[in-house]
Write a protein that binds this ligand. Structure first.
Ligand code: CA
Length: 234
C-alpha cells in the first residue's frame, strides 16, 4: 500500500492526505453482484445472446440499455428497440428480485467503523437509484452514512464510467482529489474514480481477474476487505 501511495504521489505530483473515503455500493458494501450477474445471464440466454456472468461483472455499472446494446447486435444485426430494451430489462429485474438474497460484504462494517474512528469522512458514490437507500444503509451500517454525503443516480447526468459521480462527491465534501480514497470493485467504477484523479483501491469481491481492475488504473487491488484492513495505513 505504501508503494502504491508513493507511485500515486509521484504521478500526480501531490501528497495523498485523505480526509474522506468514497465507497461504491454494489460489490463493496453489499454482495449483490452474483444475483445481478445470474439475472443478466439468464435473461440474455432467453434472447439467445452470447453473454456470460463474467460479462456481467465486466459491465457492472453500465445502464441496462447500454449493456443490452453491447451484445444485441451480434445476433440480430441491429440495436434493440426501446420496447425490446424495456422488456429485456423487465425480465432481468424480475429474475433479480426473485433470486436475490443480499447481505453486507464480509468485514465491511468493521472497515467503515475503522475509517470513521480515524476521523475520515464517509461518502457513498453509487449508480443505484433506490428510493429507500439511506434506510437500507442505516439498517445495515448504523451511524455511518449521511444524506449530504451521498451521490446516487438521482444526482448525476452521466454516471460511471464518467468521472462525474466522484467529482461530485469531492465537491460535496469540499475536497481535493488528493484528499480522498475510493473503494471500488468494478472496472468501470475504477475508471470513473481514476479519471477523477483519486487514489483508487480495488477490492476484487467478484469473479474478475485482478488485471481487469489494474487495466482501468486501480492503484492497488485486494482480494477481500480483510486484506484491505491488513494493509490499511490510516
Ligand atoms: Ca460496484
Amino acid at each position: 500500500m505504501q508503494e502504491a501511495i508513493r507511485l500515486y504521489n509521484q504521478t500526480h505530483k501531490t501528497t495523498l492526505q485523505p480526509k474522506a473515503v468514497l465507497f461504491d455500493m454494489d460489490g463493496v458494501l453489499f454482495d449483490s453482484m452474483p444475483f445481478h450477474a445470474k439475472a443478466w445471464y439468464e435473461t440474455m440466454q432467453q434472447y439467445g445472446l452470447d453473454f456470460t456472468e463474467y460479462d456481467a461483472y465486466l459491465n457492472e455499472g453500465r445502464t441496462g440499455e447500454s449493456t443490452i446494446n453491447a451484445f444485441f447486435p451480434q445476433k440480430y444485426n441491429r440495436e434493440a428497440t426501446p420496447d425490446e430494451i424495456k422488456e429485456i430489462y423487465r425480465i432481468k429485474s424480475e429474475i433479480f428480485n426473485r433470486i436475490s438474497d443480499i447481505h453486507p460484504i464480509k468485514g465491511i462494517y468493521e472497515f467503515l467503523k475503522k475509517v470513521k474512528e480515524a476521523g475520515l469522512m464517509i461518502f457513498l458514490v453509487t449508480g443505484s437509484g433506490q428510493k429507500s437507500l439511506l434506510d437500507t444503509l442505516n439498517k445495515n451500517f448504523p451511524d455511518m452514512f449521511r444524506q449530504d454525503r451521498m451521490v446516487t443516480a438521482f444526482d448525476v447526468k452521466y454516471g460511471k464510467p464518467h468521472p462525474e459521480p466522484y467529482l461530485m462527491a469531492l465537491q460535496k465534501g469540499h475536497l481535493l482529489a488528493s484528499e480522498a480514497i475510493v473503494i471500488e470493485n468494478a472496472p468501470l467504477g475504477v475508471r470513473s474514480a481514476v479519471t477523477a484523479g483519486i487514489f483508487t483501491i480495488g477490492i476484487n469481491t467478484g469473479i474478475l481477474r485482478d488485471e481487469e481492475l489494474y487495466n482501468e488504473g486501480a492503484n492497488i487491488v485486494f482480494p477481500s476487505v480483510s486484506e484491505l484492513m491488513n494493509h490499511w495505513v490510516y
